[in-house]
Design a protein around this ligand. Structure first.
Ligand code: GDP
Length: 330
């Protein structure tokens, strides 16, 4: 099924001023463009709709910063009716007062007509800032938005803030958190992952969307960015291997047409299972379905015996997941 406006699927909308980094973010996260090559991207000058064909459908609407989207001539309902989250990108290396003013106007407008839409503020390009300046800027931006909201009587508006950069894992981590809020099955997934961890003495388990390296769920043990980085780097190995003999995946450009064609492809391929030593840890990876892979991080106690136990328990997990997410199965 195609993802068109009107199909009720959650949608992500990327907004922010010109040169704030919108095209770069969507290219790096969804098309695996190396961050340094974003220097040569054309800045966003029009509304670009892109669909990600994944375990769920979501769209990135890349808005130019100067567009007056609350102009009555503009079809607001068509844009906001279905989206799950509005991601607002602010360039933290630039003057940001004007950006905040526009953001505040947008939030107030949304609160009026679409109060359930999550507003996710990416304080972006923080890679160029010193630690002190970075946290001062972050605090200042949060303060300016919250002051405006409470003045208007919207203290509880669903607005969250993240520090992001395309030059490290922070942009993926932020996207993961944004997307997890849009997955109604999240509590179920988390408890499935929790019991997997307990049964197999796994330290941390992530369920990744392989194409984007966004994790859609993890167990409820505290996450540190280090374990996310180890696991997410490991995915690259797998994507390379499984492009040869794993499940067929949608084309990298994320276009629906291509994805639909590919979907009828090589469905009988075996899922990939690997276990490897990484420093003092072991990494276990298994493709769960066409879009998702499970990656587990664990200590190095008797890995050989553990492998059978994990294989078995992950099989159980995989079946349970198929009940939760009927899409993307073999
Ligand atoms: P858009 O107009 O909002 O689509 O902005 P672009 O994606 O064209 O980005 C504008 C510039 O910001 C480009 O030169 C990017 O390389 C740069 N940029 C984007 N993200 C980052 C980031 O996280 N850190 C740094 N230092 N530069 C970034």
């Amino acid at each position: 099924p195609n993802s068109k406006a009107g199909d009720g699927k959650p949608r992500l909308l990327l907004m922010g001023q010109r040169r704030s980094g919108k095209s770069s973010i969507s290219s790096v996260v969804f098309h695996k463009l190396p961050p340094s090559e974003t220097l040569y991207l054309e800045t966003t000058t029009r509304i670009k709709k892109e669909s990600m064909h994944s375990f769920m459908d979501f769209q990135v609407w890349d808005f130019p910063g100067h567009l007056d989207y609350f102009d009555p001539a503009f079809d607001v309902d068509n844009i906001f009716d279905e989206i799950g989250a509005l991601i607002w990108v602010i360039d933290a290396q630039d003057e940001y007062l004007d950006a905040i003013m526009r953001l505040n106007t947008t939030i107030l407008n949304l609160q009026h007509s679409y109060p359930n839409i999550n507003v996710e503020v990416f304080v972006h390009k923080v890679d160029g800032l010193s630690e002190d300046y970075k946290s001062d800027t972050f605090r200042d931006i949060i303060q300016r938005v919250q002051d405006e909201l409470s003045d208007a009587g919207y203290e509880n508006a669903p607005v969250s803030f993240y520090q992001t950069s395309i030059y490290d894992h922070s942009i993926f981590e932020a996207f993961s958190k944004v997307i997890q809020k849009l997955i109604p099955q999240l509590p179920t997934l988390e408890s499935l992952l929790d019991s997997l961890c307990v049964n197999c003495r796994i330290e941390k388990a992530y369920l990744f969307d392989v194409l984007s390296k966004i994790y859609i769920a993890t167990d409820t043990a505290p996450t540190d960015i280090g374990s996310y980085e180890i696991c997410s780097d490991y995915i690259d190995v797998v994507v390379d291997v499984s492009e040869i003999y794993g499940w067929d995946r949608p084309a990298e450009n994320g276009q629906l047409e291509d994805a639909d064609i590919n979907e009828t492809g090589n469905n009988d391929a075996e899922s990939l299972i690997t276990m490897e030593r990484k420093g003092n840890n072991y990494l276990y990876l298994r493709e769960i379905n066409k879009y998702l892979a499970l990656i587990c991080l664990m200590g190095n106690d008797s890995p050989a015996e553990k492998k059978a136990l994990i294989d078995y328990n992950v099989g159980v997990f995989q079946e349970a997941l198929a009940q939760v997410f009927p899409r993307g199965e073999k």
